[in-house]
Design a protein. Structure first.
Length: 71
């Protein structure tokens, strides 16, 4: 028997797909909803930082170019 790798204890290894639940008992688990909300918030925050950085860089570059053109 082979020893388990460290990432398999964290649930990061390969797993067999779970059988889908069909019919009236098909529900999204609470932890899947929580994971989706957290990941969505992380993606929105990262994209917000990226857009703010791009806008800040454009404002800085426009100010620098304007100063260069005036002087």
């Amino acid at each position: 028997m082979m020893p388990k790798a460290w990432w398999s204890y964290l649930g990061l290894g390969y797993r067999q797909p779970e059988q889908p639940v069909l019919g009236k008992n098909a529900k999204v688990r609470w932890w899947q909803r929580l994971r989706a909300v957290v990941l969505l918030a992380v993606i929105v925050v990262i994209l917000g930082f990226a857009v703010a950085g791009l806008v800040g860089a454009m404002v800085f570059l426009a100010g620098y170019l304007l100063e260069t053109a005036v002087s």
